[in-house]
Design a protein around this ligand. Structure first.
Ligand code: GRF
Length: 192
């Protein structure tokens, strides 16, 4: 018996990626444990953790607030759960130097485009605006750039005639959920 991989998941929004991972763990498909879920705001997705009795924490960055201080507070809150892996799943903030020094190489992010195409906060909109026929999702190890870190896994998704940002993003998220579960499942074999 191996000890389950300890994961802290960071979110900002609805948390459907988080929930997919939690369901896969509940179903015994992934040998991992989400030991805490953190957010930068009162994210609705925190409820998925609360419902399961998983610890949650919120580290807010106020407008005009001190980013370095926020970064340290986020680092300490995350580190207090001793994660093997930290997952940004729809966490809409860039972390700073402290966080990366502590978790670099084991801090991953999921992005709704085939990086290095369409980095940034509007990846789905940007892909549509560029009239690409294929986009997708990427899981990568976070570095100090914006969506520039080493790519771990990708899945392609076709853009369909009539797609708008919402319909395309929803189809990408179906693949993002699958890909995240796969990456977490294979993490130890590939990275330890
Ligand atoms: C995902 O597409 C993620 O890549 C993006 O935000 C979405 C998160 O969705 N940055 P959810 O909050 O897990 O539903």
């Amino acid at each position: 018996m191996t000890v389950p991989l300890r994961c802290v998941v960071l979110i900002s929004g609805t948390g459907t990626l988080l929930n997919a991972l939690l369901e896969a763990i509940d179903a015994g498909k992934v040998d991992a444990q989400v030991v805490a879920v953190g957010a930068d705001r009162a994210a609705p997705g925190l409820q998925f953790a609360t419902d399961r009795g998983i610890d949650t924490f919120i580290v807010k960055l106020d407008r005009g607030g001190d980013r370095a201080e926020w970064d340290r507070a986020l680092t300490e809150a995350t580190a207090s759960f001793h994660p093997d892996l930290v997952i940004s799943a729809g966490f809409m903030k860039l972390v700073g130097r402290w966080f990366l020094e502590r978790f670099g190489g084991r801090f991953i992010n999921t992005h709704p485009a085939l990086l290095p195409s369409f980095p940034g906060a509007h990846a789905v909109r940007d892909a549509l605006a560029a009239s690409v026929e294929v986009t997708g999702c990427t899981i990568f190890a976070v570095d100090e750039g914006v969506d520039t870190g080493p790519i771990i896994a990708q899945t392609a998704v076709a853009v369909l005639p009539g797609d708008d940002e919402a319909s395309l993003h929803e189809r990408i998220k179906v693949e993002e959920r699958r890909l995240l579960i796969k990456v977490v499942k294979e993490w130890r074999r590939n990275h330890e």
